[in-house]
Design a protein around this ligand. Structure first.
Ligand code: FES
Ligand SMILES: [Fe+2]
Length: 345
């Protein structure tokens, strides 16, 4: 098992959650989500305790969810509040509910001990909310691979030159040094490519006559939020530590939700510091990312296939794996702590 349970995961885009109940599998558990007439999102196990019809086949009544078979009705805490044809629901009729919280246009769900769920721990990117920054929403990329393979990829700025040569890779960056930093919440992996030709992305959105300095800061939060902070300036005018001429700055954000051990939904969006109100710019960036992330998906699925075929075979390590290794160590520690706490109960 590679899942951390006591964590917030993205369960849905906020705009996709309406009064129609939605089924999602998260950490291998079948969950139903719905939005009540009060506008609040709710989540519960997707299983009616009566005849086991998935509750996602039912309907929303007010703020409650009604089973589509015999009408058992549940509130957002999972309590059964109505059992048509009898005076009161059976005492053992309740179902598991999950804490939810909305932020950055997404519905977040807490899959662990509800007593530990604190909405203040939901990931937040300050620039998402700030004037002068534009937001573009991407897709829910469905990848047939374990989420930690995606995390490896998102601790690794070097792969862009090989996997994304036309968009995010650049011809002068193959040997740019990679450094990383241990953070309380995860790992940052960084690479600065100076005096380089622009990447396809930078060329498309920037306005540079000559060479550029480009930074990649890959912030990987335990267990599965990735913020890629990247951008460019005209060479010699400042990197991410300074202003810089025509500085373009983008946060490419990935919110990965493990579905099973070999499948992950990666909901992505981006936040930028230029033409914030132009939807055509948002669409253009999304188009480039969509193309690039499809390249990642192909690579990661192929790796997962080979992992399945070579179960347990040890891989060769490279220096560039250091930050991904540290990230996995942190995830493993959390899983071990949760497993020990469960065993102690
Ligand atoms: S199966 Fe849900 S009420 Fe009967
Ligand atoms: Fe990539």
């Amino acid at each position: 098992m590679t899942f951390v349970r006591n964590a917030w995961y993205v369960a849905s885009w906020s705009h996709d959650l309406t009064s129609e109940p939605v089924a999602e599998t998260i950490l291998g558990e079948n969950v139903v989500l719905w939005r009540g007439e009060d506008g609040l999102s709710r989540a519960a196990q997707n299983l009616c305790p009566h005849r086991f019809l998935p509750l996602s086949k039912g309907s929303v009544r007010g703020n409650h969810l009604q089973c589509g078979y015999h009408g058992l009705t549940f509130d957002g805490t999972g309590a059964c509040v109505d059992a048509p044809t009898q005076t009161a629901p059976p005492a053992d009729c309740g179902i598991r509910s999950y804490p939810v919280h909305e932020n950055m246009g997404m519905v977040w769900i807490w899959m662990g001990d509800p007593a530990l769920a604190d909405p203040a721990d939901v990931y937040d990117l300050p620039e998402y909310h700030q004037d002068g920054w534009g937001v573009g929403y991407g897709d829910a990329l469905d990848v047939e691979a374990n989420y930690l393979l995606l995390c490896d990829n998102l601790c690794d700025p070097t792969h862009v030159n090989y996997v994304h040569p036309s968009t995010l890779g650049n011809p002068d960056g193959f040997n740019a040094p990679v450094t990383y930093e241990d953070m309380p919440w995860g790992v940052i992996t960084e690479r600065l490519t100076v005096n380089s030709g622009p990447t396809g992305f930078v060329e498309a959105v920037g306005d540079y006559a000559g060479k550029v300095d480009m930074w990649q800061r890959y912030l990987m939060y335990v267990p599965s939020v990735s913020i890629i902070d990247f951008g460019a300036t005209a060479t010699g005018t400042g990197s991410y530590t300074g202003g810089g001429d025509g500085r373009i700055h983008v946060f490419s954000c990935h919110f990965m939700t493990p579905v099973t051990e070999t499948r992950t939904i990666d909901r992505w969006l981006h936040v930028r510091n230029f033409t914030p109100d132009d939807p055509a710019v948002s669409d253009g960036i999304s188009e480039q990312f969509r193309f690039a992330f499809a390249e990642d998906k192909e690579i990661l699925q192929a790796v997962q296939d080979e992992e399945n075929r070579h179960d347990g075979r040890v891989k060769v390590g490279l220096d560039l794996d250091a930050s991904a290794g540290l990230f996995r160590l942190k995830v493993n520690r959390l899983i071990r702590a949760e497993t020990q706490a469960e065993a102690a109960e």
